[in-house]
Design a protein around this ligand. Sequence first.
Ligand SMILES: CC(C)=CC(=O)SCCNC(=O)CCNC(=O)[C@H](O)C(C)(C)COP(=O)(O)OP(=O)(O)OC[C@H]1O[C@@H](n2cnc3c(N)ncnc32)[C@H](O)[C@@H]1OP(=O)(O)O
Length: 259
Amino acid sequence: MAQQFENILVEHRGRVGLVTLNRPQALNALNKATMEEVVAAVTAMDADPAVGAVVITGSEKAFAAGADIKEMSSKGYVDMYAEDWFREWESLTRLRIPVVAAVSGFALGGGCELAMMCDIIIAGDNAKFGQPEINLGVIPGMGGSQRLTHAVGKAKAMDMVLTGRMMDAAEAERAGLVSRVVPAASVVEEAVKAAEVIASKSKPAAMLAKEAVNAAFELGLTQGVLFERRMFHSLFATEDQKEGMAAFSEKRQPEFKHR
Ligand SMILES: CC(C)=CC(=O)SCCNC(=O)CCNC(=O)[C@H](O)C(C)(C)COP(=O)(O)OP(=O)(O)OC[C@H]1O[C@@H](n2cnc3c(N)ncnc32)[C@H](O)[C@@H]1OP(=O)(O)O
């Protein structure tokens, strides 16, 4: 049963939390109220032992067409700086459970940046990614210049950020921005299936796997490999490691307790 908020829908499908952006009149443009609702919903899911993974999605026409241009157009520098616009979004990058973005249609500006804050992007074949802020006389402000460059490299990131052009789903997959492309009509179903697979694993292992992969963006190779090894060692303190390895030897499926 979906719970309806002003700008989002929240539901739980087994161990998967599903957040659907729901501002169709503005192509899911990310105003402050939407942002607050998304952050509150996913933060609650992150803290819920019964949730093993989260899916964030939009509509078939738009995942999100960016930050809400109308909301910020009259702001001045002091407003933007003093209110530290977009700082709240950073909490999404501190979520410890895996997050899958199911992207159909437009994922532009803040919409593309929101998708890139997720751990996996599953794109519908109608998806269009872009950082068109240059057309508005500004630049990305929610991490786009950094995360896009990490994802697709300097050549494509410069092309997109400087020209404002959109990348379709096939190009985004070739460039390494998205993990999979599926028919647009089944993007949520496919993302939930992927999230269900993740949520069926040992939760401590999945959380540490996410932390280890993300460490590759922050640490050098030697430190990153050491970090991974220590995390690997730490999992031998879990019941799930005993269960996973016993299940292998006994030729059965593991029953993880997420402990
Ligand atoms: C995070 C940072 C730092 C910055 C940003 O994200 S800035 C925003 C970047 N995004 C954009 O520049 C995209 C803006 N939108 C478009 O270019 C177009 O809407 C479109 C290409 C995505 C779709 O065009 P289409 O003709 O199909 O639809 P529209 O009639 O243009 O839009 C429908 C409805 O939605 C409103 N809309 C769309 N995007 C935004 C937005 N980012 N902020 C506020 N409102 C938006 C659009 O105005 C229209 O509503 P009205 O008919 O009431 O004007």
